[in-house]
Design a protein around this ligand. Structure first.
Ligand code: FEO
Length: 384
């Protein structure tokens, strides 16, 4: 880090599920920073799982000094979960946050007295001495109270959850995008418009370093890559030309049809085909792939007059995350009364700007030679 900005965050290698729903095979980190100047600012706290370690990191980095400010950019507990402990140890530090964040603070902990506090909004600044903190509103990335902070003297943006990723900080490899993409679409994906707005504000700043609340600090090539990808993701653009074939198969027959369709797509020249098993693969990874590519085929068994639940969950999550601007094909399987196609279509039709390839392909119990022409037609429609 820079000489006067110290990293005081914590790795959490033992975390099983982030937000109780996303697997974290490489763990997670909760970033926090200390800006040392005539006055000292702490940038965010950490998850309560790591309070003691964070306070130790903070104490060591302070070298006997006392913090003047704790800037709270985001109130989700993975960053605000140690505020009360901080307040007990440093009762004179001013807690700086948006008005909304200060009210949420009391909702999470009505017993702690957080004063002194300072409410800040877009355009407000605090001088630390040689350095300045400029506050920028970033509502709905991905909570309403979020601010990000720019330090012009250090050309550094403290970006809250934006530009974050899954994984402990020291497990970072050259592949920032994979876990950043899974993080982005599953956590921030619904909020493409606010992300695009923040990118426009950031474009007016001279930024050489991004310090997010998760994942590595970004500079140079990685910073450029991250901004380029965020501009695609925030606009629901296409990162990779390709087809995701996602299947939810009870006994394996729908899966066989999905695999045959994938084979036909490849034979017909699809640039990239990815097959996902919604019953077994990490759903968050499949959501990421759906947003990454421009075409999707959903293949599912019928179930209780509806669609097999893993597919229902997948499509419901896509809709929740504002999946849009894509081409979608539908394949259903049913033994006596196929219902999956109608159920899938009902969710897909609620999505914005999707092109459904007609007709829905229906197979009965298992794929047969007589079904192949219908798969060929679906593949042609997807690739058209
Ligand atoms: Fe990393 Fe939205 O909390």
């Amino acid at each position: 880090m820079k000489a006067n900005i110290k990293y005081i965050g914590c790795d959490d290698a033992q975390l099983d599920l982030f937000e109780s729903q996303y697997v974290t095979p490489e763990g997670m980190c909760y970033n926090s920073y200390l800006i040392m100047d005539e006055k000292i600012a702490v940038m965010d706290s950490v998850d309560p799982r790591k309070t003691d370690e964070w306070l130790q990191n903070l104490s060591t980095a302070l070298e006997g000094r006392t913090p003047d400010y704790l800037v709270v950019q985001h109130m989700e507990p993975d960053h605000s979960g140690s505020l009360s402990a901080f307040r007990k140890l440093y009762p004179t530090a001013t807690i700086v946050a948006s008005e909304k964040a200060l009210s949420i603070m009391k909702q999470f902990d009505e017993k702690t007295c957080f004063t002194p506090t300072m409410a800040v909004k877009e355009g407000d600044t605090i001088s630390l001495g040689k350095r300045t903190l400029q506050f920028i509103g970033a509502p709905m990335i991905h909570w309403p109270e979020v601010i990000v902070t720019y330090c012009p003297e250090e050309k550094t943006l403290f970006s809250a959850d934006a530009f974050g990723k899954f994984g402990v900080i020291d497990a970072d490899s050259d592949d920032w995008a994979c876990e950043a993409r899974r993080y982005y679409f599953n956590i921030c994906g619904k909020y493409g418009v606010p992300v695009s707005t923040l990118l426009k504000k950031a474009a007016a700043l001279d930024i050489q370093t991004i310090c997010p609340l998760h994942g590595p600090i970004l500079e140079d090539v990685k910073l450029k890559e991250a901004i380029k990808l965020y501009s695609i993701w925030g606009n629901y653009g296409v990162e990779t030309e390709g087809v995701l074939v996602a299947h939810a198969s009870i006994h394996g027959n729908t899966k066989k049809a999905a695999l045959k369709l994938a084979e036909i797509l490849q034979q017909k020249g699809a640039k990239k085909v990815v097959v996902a098993d919604l019953c077994r693969d990490d759903m968050a990874e499949v959501i990421e792939d759906a947003f990454r590519m421009n075409k999707l085929v959903v293949c599912a068994s019928s179930y209780d007059g509806d669609v097999f639940p893993p597919m229902h969950m997948f499509l419901w999550k896509l809709k929740l995350k504002a999946y849009q601007n894509r081409t979608i094909g539908i394949l259903e399987n049913g033994t006596w009364a196929p219902s999956a196609g109608k159920a899938m279509r009902a969710i897909i039709e609620q999505m914005k700007n999707v092109n459904i390839v007609e007709p829905t392909v229906t197979i009965r119990s298992s794929l047969k030679e007589a079904d192949i022409p219908a798969l060929e037609v679906l593949a042609d429609g997807i690739l058209a």
